[in-house]
Design a protein around this ligand. Sequence first.
Ligand SMILES: Cc1cc2nc3c(=O)[nH]c(=O)nc-3n(C[C@H](O)[C@H](O)[C@H](O)COP(=O)(O)OP(=O)(O)OC[C@H]3O[C@@H](n4cnc5c(N)ncnc54)[C@H](O)[C@@H]3O)c2cc1C
Length: 592
Amino acid sequence: MTTSSATSIRKGGSWLLDETASADVFTPEQLTEEHRLMAKTTSDFVENEVLPNLGQLEKKDWDLARRLIRRCGDLGLLGLPVPEEYGGLDLDKTSLLVVVEQIGPSASFATTFGGQANLCVLPLALFGTPEQKEKYLPRLVSGELVGAYALSESGSGSDALAAKTRATKQPDGSWVLNGEKMWISNGGFADVIVVFAKVDGEHFTAFIVERAFPGVSSGKEEHKMGLHGSSTTPILLQDAQVPAGNVLGEIGKGHKVALNTLNYGRFSLGAMCGGGAKAALADAVTYAAARRQFGQPIASFGAIKHKIGEMFARTYALESLAYRTAGLIDAMLATQASRTGSAVAAAFEEYAVEASIAKVAGSEILDYVLDENVQIHGGNGFVADYSAERYFRDARVNRIFEGTNEINRMLIPGMLIRRALKGDLPLIAAAKRLQDEVLSPSLGAASGDGAPLDDELRAVAAFKKVALMVLGTAMQTYGEKLTDQQEVLSYAADILIDIYSAESAALRAKEAVAQQRARDTLHAAAARVFVNDAALRVEAAARSALAAMAEGDTLRTLLAALRRILKVTPVNTVALRRALADAATEHRGYVI
Ligand SMILES: Cc1cc2nc3c(=O)[nH]c(=O)nc-3n(C[C@H](O)[C@H](O)[C@H](O)COP(=O)(O)OP(=O)(O)OC[C@H]3O[C@@H](n4cnc5c(N)ncnc54)[C@H](O)[C@@H]3O)c2cc1C
């Protein structure tokens, strides 16, 4: 294994209450040579072997998909979290991040890869018995076998535990499965499928199912909006015969397998989206530099610079939060004597809030960037001759799978509140302290001493107070019924996502400036743009949330406190975005 992180261990979600030093955050600037080599190997593979073949994959050439998975196996990309004894590389989570970032731009193939590496190899590595690992992992890691993960059904997507697929134990200890799984990635050609079924219609359980088992088949390929180069089919289980030894994890504990796989998958999807956003930015600036209107490249127009600058700033924030999270997970795993499946699962569970943030921020930032890429391409963005159109369609599903963004938005504040109620996170005490402070007229952002990024970090500290104010008021107003208040929870989630993203960007930029890294002015510009606009979003979300919870004098007091807390002086984002856009255009891509 390789690990680079100098990050100290912090509990998941503690960034909401604690101050973090910039030197304590893992950033892409700290990647090791080994990480960079891994990234280069993957990007060479994607550029030379996947992207030129996307058209063929879109014709549903699954033999080609299988060969590409095999190539991933040859390159060692399928077994990053797998112990060496089962053919894996047992690398840190930063390695996972750099690999999936490079695979992200291949969208359709990235889904095939994710179905294999994240959704099949990973649960087997985390929950398999030694016999199961020995039997399946080496052949999945080498790419000889293709994997899939079948949780969803037509009647149970978000409500996955309501699955109807049934498993019945036979007198000889084996199982018979009946049911139909829907929308399964790699469904058309996977050999090994992690299938969730209810034992006796009651106990939710994971099974390892081979396509070769009697009674297992695929339905027809779905006609999708995008990802045409990825197989998506139902998996039909008609008296499917599964051996006794193929229960994955414990009977009745399938939710553990499902949720831990999702925690990992969400982190990975966020990183894939970051890779996609960087590729789209390169596409946009390349086009904008070449396309001329009114006698000049469209890249020279302020309206286009605004778009490119904003695409840059959001991509920077996403990249910063993804690397910060990888650093946190790696720091926790580095302290463990043995990195067993349960230790890895525990680390992902610890940072489940951050993984959900990565998923929501990643998918929404990518959609924003791809939408602007279409716009920059004008009419050419709307026709299939240019890749902008395909990437736009391909990305839409990221907000739907791995837990919809609505479900993840419920989870983000929900998990933090649960930890607070368990006493693991002193959120309630902090919210009470803030409530006392709210009545103090001295409250407000202190003026800066001029050190770079200090104003932005002070703004983030103010965002945190706003989050505490909203969460504290919500807990007080609704008590145990807070889960019914999805709109308020969604506003809280939006604020929390902006806090983690903005702080990750500002801390990284501060460190880049302190270390006088190359292009530190671009770091600072990207972070300042992001924090400036986050302040506007945080204020809007907080006002809407507070107005839903209070009225009259109480609301007026809360809004007055909000104004005092959120004294964020606007910066000249026009100039900053122009600087970002000019640098990206000059370098034909995201440059930092
Ligand atoms: C291309 C593709 C590939 C996929 N690959 C896989 C795969 O490999 N394996 C697999 O198991 N599944 C896969 N899926 C399925 C995917 O995970 C589900 O579509 C997803 O979980 C959403 O479930 P659903 O479609 O039933 O939507 P629903 O759950 O019906 O949701 C519909 C809408 O209602 C909202 N909603 C639902 N419940 C709530 C709630 N409690 N509160 C607020 N809002 C709510 C949702 O956010 C959404 O906006 C894939 C789907 C697609 C499209």
